[in-house]
Ligand binder design. Structure first.
Ligand SMILES: *[C@@H]1O[C@H](CO)[C@@H](O)[C@H](O)[C@H]1NC(C)=O
Ligand SMILES: *[C@@H]1O[C@H](CO)[C@@H](O)[C@H](O)[C@H]1NC(C)=O
Ligand SMILES: *[C@@H]1O[C@H](CO)[C@@H](O)[C@H](O)[C@H]1NC(C)=O
Ligand SMILES: *[C@@H]1O[C@H](CO)[C@@H](O)[C@H](O)[C@H]1NC(C)=O
Ligand SMILES: *[C@@H]1O[C@H](CO)[C@@H](O)[C@H](O)[C@H]1NC(C)=O
Ligand SMILES: *[C@@H]1O[C@H](CO)[C@@H](O)[C@H](O)[C@H]1NC(C)=O
Ligand SMILES: *[C@@H]1O[C@H](CO)[C@@H](O)[C@H](O)[C@H]1NC(C)=O
Ligand SMILES: *[C@@H]1O[C@H](CO)[C@@H](O)[C@H](O)[C@H]1NC(C)=O
Ligand SMILES: *[C@@H]1O[C@H](CO)[C@@H](O)[C@H](O)[C@H]1NC(C)=O
Ligand SMILES: *[C@@H]1O[C@H](CO)[C@@H](O)[C@H](O)[C@H]1NC(C)=O
Ligand SMILES: *[C@@H]1O[C@H](CO)[C@@H](O)[C@H](O)[C@H]1NC(C)=O
Length: 710
C-alpha cells in the first residue's frame, strides 16, 4: 500500500517541473534604448490597431514618424470625369481558362485602374511634438543636435517610452504611452522649462494621398496645406478641451485633446499646425491625452488611465501567453541575439499586427502598397498568434474570412464565372476589394490559408462551435479549390493552372501549371476541409475528394522536385527561377508532409534549394521558411543559421530590415520568425520533446504556453 504512494511522491520529486521562466527578467533585458533618432525606424508604442512612432524626444518633434491605424483610410478624388460608378463598372482582361474566358481585373481602363490600386490609401493621422520658446516667448528653431544628455528607453513590460534630454542645460523628460482599448496616446512632459513658459506642444496634420506606392520612412506631405482643411473646436462637452477635425477630400479624422489646462491656437491660417501652451506656468509637468478617430468621442481617457491600460495589457500579454527562453543556460554565443529577436518581435507584432484587419507589410510604421494588406501574407503576419496562444489578438483579424466571404464569392462566381466557391483576393483594403493587377489576380497560394487558420483554431478549441463558425468559409474555400483544378484528360490528373502565379511570382502566368508548393498546399487544404465536414457530421462534397485524390503528382526530375511541371529541368541554374521565394523548400518544413510527398526527394530538394537559390536576393519570411525546412529534417544547426543569417537583419529596436527587395520594416519576417521559433522550440506533429529544432549542444530551450505546429 505504501510502495505506490512513495513511488508517486518520488516520481513527483524527480519529475517536478522546473520553476517557471522569469519572464520579466528576460523581457527587461531587451528594452530598446537610443541616444539619437534613427534615420530609418521609429521607437514605437501601440495597441495593434493604432500605433505611434516616436523620435528621440518620444514624440514627432524632429521626425514625422507616423501615427497610424487600421481604420484611418482615405480616398483621393476620382480621376477627371470619373465617379464611384466607374469603380463598379471597371472591367479587366479576359483570359482563357481551359476553354472558358475568365475576367481578371487588370489591363482595364488606365485611369480607373490606377485609382483602384492606390485607393483607399492609409493615412498618417498627424504629428505631435515639442515647441521650444526663448525667454521672451519667441519660437526657437531647435534641432536634435541642440539636445544633450540624451537617453531613451522603451520599457517592454509596460509599454512606456521614456525620453530624457537637456535643452539649454535644463532637463526635459517625456513619457509617451499608448492606450490599449482606445486609440489614445498619453504624453507627460516634466521640465523646469515648463514653469517658465519655455515649452509647449504642437499638433500638425499632413496631406495624404496615393501618389506613392511606398511612403517610407515617412508618410504624408506637410507642404500642401491648401488642399485639405482643419477646424478647431474648443467648446466641447465632457473632458475634451480641444477637438480638431481634419478633412482630406471626403474623409474626416478627429483628434481630441484633453489634460492639464492649456491654450491652443493655430500657427497661421495657411498651415494645419496648432500650438498648445500650458495655462499654469507654475507647474513643471504637463500631461496630455490625445485621441484619434473617425468620430468625436464623448470623453477620453486621462493620461493616468492610459498608463494603467498600457501596463496592465502588456503585463498580461507577457505573462499569460506563450513564452520561449533560449537564453538562460545556453552556451551558444548566438542565443542572446536570437532571444532579443524573439522578445522584440513579440513586442512589435503586438503593437503593429494585432488589429482588426490583416497587417500591411510595414505594420503601422509607414506605408507600402499604399497601406493595403496582402491576403497571401496573412499567414506570415498572423498565424504565429495561434502557436503562441494569443487567440484574443488573432480573433480580431481572422474574422476577415467571414467579413470578406461575400466579396470573395462574388469574385469567384460573378466576376470570374466559376460555378461555385469563394476566391480569396490579394492586395486588399477594409472593404474586401482586391486591387487590380496581374499578380493580385492570378496568385493562388492565399486560397488554402483560411483552412489552416481554421485548423489551428480547432486544435485549440475542438468544439462544435468552432466547426460551425468556420463552416461557410471552409465550404466556399474548398469549393473554389476543387472547381479551379482542371481535369486533364491526357494525364487523367487534375491540374492547377494556367493561368496562375506561383508563390515565387516569377513564372509566365499563361502557360505555367502544376507548381509543387501549390499542389501540396491544395492537398493539405482539401484534406482539412474533408475532415471538417466529417467532424460536423456532414457529407464531404465528392468533388473535394475527387480533386484531392486526383491532383497531379508533384513534378519531379532526377530525384528532386521541380518548381512547376513545365519548367526546364535545369531551372536550378536559371536566374529566372532562383531569385524569389524558395517555396520548394516549404514542401516539408513550412508544410507538414502532405499525401504523396516522398520525404527523401523532399530532403534532396530542400538541400538543393539551399545550395542553388540566390540567397543575396531572398528576403523576410524566406529565412524562417528555410529554417523550418532544416528543422523538419533534423538539420538543427542549419535551421539556426537561416534564422540568424546576416541578410535577415533586425535593427536596434527589433524592426525587421527590408534588405535588397523591400523597404524597412518588413514585418512578415518577424511573424515568420515567431512561427518558426514556436515550431523549433515547442515542436510539430510527430516531433518529441522540447526544442526539437535546436541543436542538442549549446542550447537550453524552454517553452511555456505554446501549441504545436502542424
Ligand atoms: C550613444 O550610443 C552609442 C551606441 O550605444 C554610443 O556608441 C555612443 O557613445 C552614445 N553617445 C552618447 C553621446 O552617449
Ligand atoms: C473609398 O471608396 C470605396 C469605393 O471605391 C468605398 O468602398 C470605401 O468605403 C471608400 N473608403 C473610404 C475610406 O472612404
Ligand atoms: C466626394 O463627395 C462628393 C459629393 O458627395 C462626390 O461627388 C465625390 O464622388 C466623392 N469623392 C470620392 C472620392 O468619394
Ligand atoms: C532650423 O535650423 C536648421 C539647422 O540650423 C536649418 O537647416 C533650418 O533651415 C532652420 N529652419 C528654420 C525654419 O529656420
Ligand atoms: C504636395 O506637395 C508636394 C511637395 O511640395 C508636391 O510634390 C505634391 O505634388 C503636392 N501634392 C498635391 C496633391 O498638391
Ligand atoms: C495536360 O497534361 C499534359 C502532360 O502534362 C500537358 O502536356 C498538357 O499541356 C496538359 N494540357 C493542358 C491543356 O494543360
Ligand atoms: C501570354 O501572355 C502574353 C502577355 O499577355 C501574351 O503576349 C501571349 O500571347 C500569351 N500567350 C498565350 C499562350 O496565351
Ligand atoms: C463537381 O464537379 C462537376 C464537374 O466538374 C461540376 O459539374 C459540379 O458542378 C461540381 N459540383 C460542385 C458542388 O462543385
Ligand atoms: C542527377 O542528379 C545527380 C545528383 O543527385 C547528379 O550527379 C547528376 O548530374 C544529375 N543528372 C542530371 C542529368 O542532371
Ligand atoms: C543575385 O541577387 C543579386 C541581388 O541581391 C543580384 O544582383 C544578382 O544578379 C543575382 N544573381 C543571380 C545569379 O541571379
Ligand atoms: C518520437 O517518439 C516516438 C515514440 O518514441 C517515435 O516513434 C518517433 O520516431 C519519435 N519521433 C521523432 C521525430 O524522433
Amino acid at each position: 500500500m505504501w510502495a505506490p504512494l512513495i513511488a508517486s511522491i518520488y516520481a513527483c520529486v524527480v519529475h517536478a517541473s522546473p520553476p517557471p521562466i522569469d519572464r520579466q527578467a528576460i523581457v527587461g533585458r531587451y528594452n530598446p534604448t537610443r541616444n539619437a533618432s534613427s534615420q530609418t525606424t521609429p521607437m514605437q508604442i501601440g495597441s495593434g490597431n493604432f500605433a505611434f512612432g516616436a523620435d528621440i524626444t518620444g514624440l514627432q518633434t524632429f521626425q514625422p514618424w507616423a501615427i497610424m491605424s487600421t481604420w484611418g483610410w482615405k480616398n483621393d478624388s476620382f480621376p477627371p470625369g470619373k465617379t464611384l460608378a466607374d469603380v463598379y463598372d471597371y472591367t479587366g482582361i479576359s483570359l482563357d481558362n481551359h476553354g472558358r474566358l475568365v475576367e481578371y481585373m487588370f489591363n482595364g481602363e488606365a485611369t480607373m485602374q490606377t485609382w483602384m490600386i492606390s485607393n483607399p490609401n492609409r493615412v498618417n493621422l498627424g504629428a505631435v511634438g515639442l515647441v521650444f520658446f526663448s525667454d521672451s516667448g519667441a519660437v526657437l528653431n531647435v534641432t536634435e543636435s541642440d539636445l544633450t544628455s540624451v537617453e531613451q528607453e522603451l520599457d517592454l513590460w509596460t509599454g512606456i517610452l521614456t525620453s530624457k534630454f537637456m535643452f539649454d542645460g535644463v532637463p526635459i523628460q517625456v513619457e509617451t504611452i499608448s492606450a490599449q482599448s482606445v486609440d489614445s496616446i498619453g504624453i507627460t512632459i516634466s521640465s523646469p522649462l515648463l514653469s517658465i513658459g519655455r515649452l509647449g506642444v504642437f499638433v500638425d496634420f499632413p496631406w495624404n494621398d496615393g501618389s506613392k506606392k511606398f511612403s517610407d520612412p515617412f508618410v504624408g506631405f506637410w507642404q500642401n496645406a491648401s488642399i485639405h482643411t482643419t477646424t478647431l473646436d474648443t467648446s466641447k462637452q465632457g473632458n475634451i478641451d480641444a477637438e480638431i477635425a481634419h478633412t482630406l477630400v471626403n474623409n474626416t479624422f478627429i483628434t481630441s485633446i484633453s489634460g492639464d489646462p492649456f491654450t491652443i491656437a493655430r500657427d497661421s491660417p495657411d498651415a494645419h499646425r496648432y500650438t498648445l501652451r500650458p495655462a499654469a506656468k507654475s507647474s513643471s509637468t504637463f500631461a496630455l491625452s490625445t485621441t484619434w478617430g473617425l468620430s468625436a468621442p464623448k470623453s477620453v481617457l486621462s493620461p493616468a488611465a492610459i498608463s494603467l491600460s498600457s501596463s496592465k495589457t502588456w503585463e498580461q500579454y507577457w505573462t499569460s501567453s506563450g513564452f520561449v527562453d533560449v537564453f538562460t543556460g545556453s552556451t551558444d554565443p548566438r542565443a542572446d541575439e536570437l532571444q532579443r529577436r524573439i522578445i522584440l518581435s513579440r513586442y512589435l507584432m503586438r503593437a503593429n499586427e494585432a488589429g482588426d484587419f490583416p497587417p500591411q507589410e510595414s505594420g503601422l510604421v509607414n506605408d507600402g502598397w499604399y497601406g493595403k494588406f496582402h491576403l497571401e501574407m496573412f499567414f506570415w503576419h498572423c498565424q504565429h498568434w495561434a502557436l503562441w496562444n494569443n487567440w484574443d489578438l488573432l480573433f480580431r483579424s481572422s474574422t476577415i474570412y467571414d467579413r470578406f466571404l461575400a466579396t470573395s464569392i462574388a469574385r469567384a462566381q460573378v466576376q470570374q464565372g466559376w460555378p461555385t466557391g469563394a476566391r480569396w483576393g490579394k492586395m486588399s483594403d477594409p472593404s474586401g476589394r482586391s486591387a487590380p493587377g496581374q499578380i493580385n489576380e492570378l496568385l493562388i497560394w492565399q486560397q488554402p490559408h483560411p483552412l489552416v487558420f481554421a485548423n489551428y483554431e480547432y486544435r485549440a478549441f475542438p468544439t462544435t462551435a468552432t466547426l460551425q463558425k468556420w463552416a461557410p468559409v471552409v465550404r466556399n474555400t474548398a469549393d473554389w479549390m476543387a472547381t479551379f483544378a482542371w481535369f486533364n484528360a491526357t494525364t487523367g490528373f487534375y491540374d492547377l493552372g494556367p493561368p496562375m502565379y506561383q508563390v515565387a511570382e516569377d513564372n509566365i502566368f499563361n502557360n505555367t501549371y502544376n507548381p509543387s508548393f501549390e499542389l501540396a498546399y491544395w492537398r493539405l487544404g482539401l484534406g482539412i476541409a474533408e475532415e471538417w465536414m466529417e467532424r460536423l457530421g456532414e457529407e464531404v462534397p465528392s468533388n473535394w475528394t475527387i480533386v484531392k485524390d486526383g491532383l497531379a503528382k508533384l513534378p519531379v526530375n532526377n530525384g528532386t522536385y521541380k518548381v512547376f511541371e513545365d519548367v526546364n529541368d535545369d531551372f536550378w541554374t536559371d536566374p529566372t527561377y532562383i531569385n524569389d521565394h524558395p517555396a520548394l523548400a516549404g514542401l516539408h518544413g513550412w508544410l507538414p508532409p502532405t499525401e504523396g510527398l516522398d520525404l527523401e526527394t523532399a530532403r534532396l530538394t530542400t538541400e538543393k534549394v539551399w545550395a542553388s537559390w540566390n540567397v543575396s536576393n531572398v528576403w523576410g519570411w524566406d529565412f524562417p521558411l528555410l529554417a523550418m525546412s532544416a528543422a523538419r529534417i533534423g538539420e538543427q544547426e542549419k535551421a539556426l543559421e537561416w534564422l540568424l543569417h546576416p541578410l535577415f537583419e533586425f535593427d536596434d529596436v527589433g524592426m525587421p530590415v527590408g534588405g535588397v527587395r523591400v523597404p524597412t520594416p518588413y514585418f512578415p519576417g518577424s511573424g515568420g520568425l515567431l512561427y518558426a521559433i514556436a515550431m523549433m522550440a515547442n515542436g510539430w506533429d510527430g516531433s518529441n520533446g522540447t526544442g526539437p529544432g535546436f541543436p542538442a549542444e549549446g542550447w537550453n530551450v524552454r517553452a511555456e504556453g505554446l501549441s504545436k505546429a502542424m
